[in-house]
Every structure is written in C-alpha cells, then in structure tokens.
Write a protein that binds this ligand. Structure first.
Ligand code: FRU
Length: 498
C-alpha cells in the first residue's frame, strides 16, 4: 500500500502530471488539497470563524482510518486548511460527530475564563468489528481551549457506551435552553436515540423514535435536530441521513418536521421527505452556534461510487453551504434550502437578459461563445412548461438539467456527462418532484467544474449531481423551443481554490 502511495506521489510530482492531478478540481466548493474526504463534522461558528471538520484519511484517496481534518473560513467559501484536529487512538477511528461552544463551561474544561469548544464524536474500534460487533462504537469527547486549533481528548472517554446496537454513531449535540441541558441526537441503526446531559460528560437516555416510519432501505446515519421559525412558531427539524435507500439510489438525506419537548420528538407527519433528491448530497448537518440562522452542508458524493470517482490527488468535496427555511405549499409545510447569501461575495457582475422567447436553441455562452466555470445561473419562467438547459464540451459530453411537465419533475441527466465506467450506476438520469403549486417557476443553478446544484422554486426542490467530463465544459445552451424566459441572470463565480 505504502509503495503504491509513493509511486503515486512521485508520478504526481512530475510537472506534466500536475494539471492532470488537478483535473476535476472544484473551484468554489471545499475539497482537501490531497487525499480522501467524507462527511462534514463538528461544524461550529465561533468568534467570526466557521469551522469545518471532516472525515479525513490523510494517507490515501480511498476511505481508511478516520481522522478529523479541519478547515476554517470567514465567508463559507474561502477555506483555509488547518492541521488535522483529531487522530485515531486506542478507542479506534474518529467517526462523525459535532462540536459546540460550551459558553457556560458546563463541562468544566474551560480554564482562566477561556470558553471551551467541545467536540462529540464516535470512537469506532475496527478491532472489535469481527467478533465483538456490539463493542465497536461508543461516543467520546475532546475539547479545545485555543478556539479550535489544538484538541485534547477527555481522559475518561468514552462518555456514552454502546448499549448493544452495532451501528451507534454520529452524535449531534445542541443546547436545549428551556431545560438548560444538552441534547444528543444519535443514529442507532434503524432509529434515532435522544440523550441528555448537564455537562457533556454524563448522558442519560431520553427516548427513541423512527423504527416505525421513514425510509429504511439502509442504515440511519448522521442525524441533526434543530428548530426553525414558522411565522413566529417554533418547528423542529429532524434530519436523518440514510445509506443506501435514497430516492435516486445509494445515500440520501431525509427529514421530518415536528415538536420536541426536551425528551421526545413528535413528527407532524411520518411521510418521508428528502432535503435533496440528487445523488450527491449526503451526511449533511448544520453549523452550531449560528443563532436562528441554520446553515447546512453536505458531502457531495454517494457511497455507491465515492471510492471510485476519477480524481487523482484528492477524492470528493462538500456541497455549497445552504440556508434552511420552512415554506408552506397548500396544506404542507416543507423544508427549503437555498445557497447562502455569502455566495454574492464571490461573484462577478451579473449579465441579465429579460423576456426572451427561445426559438430553437439559445446559447448563453456569451460573446466569446464559451463559458468559464464556476458560474451561477438564475432563471425565472412565467409559464410551467418543459425546459432543459445543457452544459457541454466539444467532445459531445453534456449534463442536462431541467423540468419535465408531464411528470411534474425536475431532472438532472448525466448519462452522457463524460467518464462513467468507474461505476455501472453512475451515468443515470435523476429526478425530483416539483412541490410548488406556483404558476411560475424559478431555478438557481450553481455549476462548478465537476458538479451542479439545482435549487428550484425558492429551494423547494433541490438536486445535487457530480460529473467528470474528459474536457471541462465550456458551453451552455437552452433547448426548449417556445419557452418564454422572463429573466435570465448569468454570473461568473470567482474561484476560491488555492
Ligand atoms: C456516513 C458515515 C458515518 C460514519 C462515517 C465514517 O457517511 O458512514 O455514519 O461516522 O461515515 O467515515
């Protein structure tokens, strides 16, 4: 293994191969400089800095012994990689989890007035996997007294021992003010368990939920629980990631809306709804300590092929950060997500065209005949009708995104998007229901070198999809004869990759 890594490192160091090593590199999405990444972890906002930790294997571009990598940003788009925060130890790998600002020093970790940051994560012991499956996963904590740079593991880890459930992981912790206690939302194979604690060290079980509803095509992982405002009323959102069993195969993020009283979660409805219908938004959770604003970030991949996608130097990236909101549609209350407003800080001047009737095909590649990715496209269409937008290169490779009126579905088609042989189920057409009943339609598309994110109807229908063309896409056109586009805004996004 090490030999192979040395050979790869040697090959990548040769000048001609540098470009190739960077082929498909996202320009405004977070990806590590090198090696493997999966779930976002420990996301916490503290002293004007967004901290992003992530499942990281620093020795290879495939999944392996998990560490917490670390990156920081002031604006959610320009990320600075920091030294690795947590390394595997005698309790095992450092699996997913969360981080909180312990303002009242409930943990007692704070010294000399320094507010501790506390990370709560799963210790996953691979040695027990074979013959002691019930001893594999426990919850542990670590703290930082220098605003997230150095992390010290608690000497009495684990703080929550496995109760006899093989998959018992991904603690997401929040402060529950009415009862002045911490609440941990934990994935336990086919359900969610809630625990509470006065000090982040001693945990008691409150309740469990979920065996009887929701999608169950795979293991429940990476949950989140938080409240959002619905016209002055508090509504609780329970996020449950699941793999496999998502609507477009593989990994996906379902959610439930309801009440939470500090002990139990009571869903308003047990219908399964999905935060993102595309194939490539997984393990998403929200930043802690952002007040009423809830910012969600997902891993932009799918366990079906995450270990095989054709990048050389690093593997996988995060979605763009999204702001979550509640929206009413008829009698339904739904979770909507839209690009965070900070996206405006990395864009150049928008080019706006209004009231255009598309005759045959409309090129939006501009005067040069080419577009440069990344870019954002906003579309407002007054009449609900078939619509498709094609992003392509001169090798005939393309991504098609749009709306199918007969099915009332949005779609992203990557069947001809470029490299696809690395997994037999990669090159497919994916769909998302249209929830809005509005007679007008709007779409925001965020397109990077190797990904597209669709936010339709003010974020009610969302899809994320990655792709790997042999040559970077450089043209965009609309092919929906007869459609009237009320407003089209094309904006080049600045690269934040360094
Ligand atoms: C989700 C997940 C988590 C786990 C981590 C391991 O993608 O399987 O449940 O903690 O990845 O890397």
């Amino acid at each position: 293994m090490l030999g192979l890594q040395l050979i790869t490192a040697h090959l990548l160091a040769q000048p001609g191969n540098k470009l190739k090593a960077e082929q498909h590199r996202p320009q405004m999405h977070f990806s590590p400089k090198a090696h493997w990444v999966n779930d976002p972890n420990g996301m916490v906002y503290h002293k004007g800095i967004y901290h992003l930790f992530y499942q990281y294997y620093p020795n290879s571009t495939v999944w392996g012994p998990m560490h917490w990598g670390h990156a920081t940003s002031k604006d959610l788009f320009n990320w600075q990689e920091q030294p690795i925060a947590l390394y595997p130890d005698s309790l095992g790998y450092i699996f997913s989890g969360s981080a909180v600002v312990d303002k009242n020093n409930t943990s007692g970790f704070g010294k000399k007035g320094q507010v501790p940051l506390v990370a709560i994560y799963t210790s996953h012991n691979p040695k027990a996997e074979k013959d002691k499956p019930l001893e594999v996963e426990h919850q542990s904590i670590a703290y930082s007294l220098d605003d997230g740079k150095i992390w010290i593991k608690y000497s009495r880890n684990p703080v929550l021992k496995n109760p006899g459930i093989s998959d018992f992981r991904d603690p997401k912790v929040m402060w529950f003010e009415p009862a002045k206690k911490w609440i941990m939302t934990l994935a336990a194979k086919d359900h969610i368990s809630f625990y509470s604690s006065p000090d982040l060290k001693n945990w008691s079980k409150e309740s469990e939920i979920g065996k009887e509803f929701g999608a169950h095509g795979g293991v429940w992982e990476c949950p989140d629980l938080f409240s959002l405002d619905d016209n002055g009323k508090k509504v609780w959102v329970l996020i449950v990631n699941i793999n496999p069993g998502a609507p477009n195969k593989g990994s996906g993020t379902q959610y439930f809306l309801g009440d939470f009283d500090g002990h139990t979660f009571s869903p308003f409805s047990t219908d399964t709804k999905w935060a993102d219908y595309g194939p490539d938004d997984y393990a998403g959770i929200t930043w802690s300590n952002t007040g009423k604003r809830k910012i969600f970030l997902g891993w932009m991949s799918n366990w079906m092929y995450a270990n095989q996608v054709p990048t050389l130097k690093w593997r996988n990236a995060m979605t763009i950060p999204r702001e979550l909101k509640l929206r009413h549609v008829g009698d339904d209350l739904l979770l909507a997500s839209e690009p965070v407003a900070e996206l405006l800080t990395i864009q150049s001047k928008p080019v706006i065209t209004q009231n255009i009737t598309v005759t045959k095909r409309m090129d939006i590649s501009g005067k040069t005949g080419k577009v440069k990715l990344p870019c954002r496209i906003n579309l407002a269409i007054d009449k609900i009708d078939d619509f498709s937008l094609v992003i392509s290169n001169d090798l005939g490779e393309e991504i098609k995104v749009g709306y199918d009126k007969a099915q009332n579905q949005y779609f992203i088609d990557r069947t001809k998007s470029g490299k696809k042989d690395f997994h037999k189920e990669f090159a497919e057409r994916h769909v998302a229901p249209r929830f809005s009943n509005n007679a007008k339609m709007n779409m925001v598309l965020v397109i990077d070198i190797s990904s597209i994110e669709l936010f339709a109807d003010d974020g009610l229908s969302v899809m994320t999809s990655v792709f790997f063309p042999n040559k970077t896409y450089s043209r965009i056109h609309i092919q929906s004869p007869g459609i009237v586009i009320k407003k089209l805004e094309y904006v080049k996004l600045l690269s934040t990759w360094k």
